[in-house]
Ligand binder design. Structure first.
Ligand code: NDP
Length: 253
């Protein structure tokens, strides 16, 4: 399939989990471009597995200087960008999530910086290098819709990401750049290793599979196919909205 033949794409956090799955789906549709992350080892592994279609650029999405560097280097190699996938996010290294009685200002800022502020500035720093008519896909979460204990800050950040897609779509109408969100349900990725002790990971994954109406966790490829659709001309009339890819979690729980 060649729905994204030679389309230049940037996938933040494309070295792991959902981001890597999205990069594979884009590669399978003929896209080229850049995957980013902070971990050079996983970045090198990812670019090798993607077989030369993708350049790996190291960068921290909470650093505006790093973001500017990612898009400048992508532009130098490939020219203007056709699709931007703002995926990097999720758990913050070294900062456990907490409830209202435990969260410090530093924790709050770290979670908001990664899951909301970085999204806005990733888009801002990419825009000068994007083609008119390009597609921007933000990765949200079902946490924006259903609350879980100790997840208030993350859920609030992801809810704001859905709003960003609407507001940014309006800002970008004159350039015909569409902004949409794909919100995953529970997806089997390395994030579980960051959130729970190693001996509990399988039990936690089983819990999520059991409470998901279709009876399984999603895979990164499940998210990749939704993102490919939003990056392609097949979704030309879909603007400023959200696709939930969650196995029925938010509608049938
Ligand atoms: P992973 O932990 O597997 O991957 C997170 C990715 O983001 C990695 O590539 C990581 O790369 C990158 N990243 C994290 N922090 C930074 C940073 N400061 N700067 C640059 N890159 C960073 O998580 P998932 O694949 O599960 O999550 C991907 C997205 O999907 C996130 O936005 C998350 O909120 C969302 N999501 C995930 C769900 C799930 O069940 N897995 C459910 C709903 C939403 P590196 O460490 O090299 O920097």
């Amino acid at each position: 399939m060649n729905r994204l033949k030679n389309k230049v794409t940037v996938i933040t956090g494309g070295n792991s989990g959902i981001g890597y799955g999205i990069a594979e789906s884009f590669k399978n549709e003929g896209a080229v471009g850049t995957v980013t992350g902070r971990n050079l080892d996983t970045l090198n592994q990812a670019t090798q597995l993607l077989g030369g279609n993708f350049l790996g650029i190291k960068g921290d999405v909470t650093s505006i200087a790093d973001l500017a560097n990612i898009f400048r280097k992508t532009n130098e190699k490939y020219g203007k960008i056709d699709a931007l996938v703002v995926n990097a996010g999720g758990a913050v290294d070294g900062h456990a999530m907490g409830t209202i009685d435990t969260v410090t200002e530093e924790n709050y800022d770290a979670w908001m910086n990664l899951n909301l502020k970085s999204v806005y500035f990733t888009v801002q720093k990419a825009l000068p290098y994007m083609n008119d008519g390009a597609s921007i896909i933000l990765i949200g979460s079902t946490a924006a819709h259903l609350a879980s204990p100790g997840m208030a800050i993350y859920g609030a950040a992801k809810a704001a990401v859905i709003y960003l897609a609407k507001g940014l779509s309006l800002d970008l109408l004159s350039r015909k750049i569409r902004v949409n969100v794909v919100s995953p349900g529970s997806i089997d990725t390395p994030v579980f290793g960051k959130l729970v002790p190693a001996e509990e990971i399988e039990q936690v994954k089983k819990y999520w599979a059991d409470i998901t109406p279709v009876g399984r966790q999603g895979s990164p490829a499940d998210i990749g196919s939704a993102v490919v659709f939003l990056a392609s001309e097949d979704s030309a009339f879909i603007v400023g909205t959200e696709i939930l890819s969650d196995g029925g979690f938010t509608s049938m729980s």
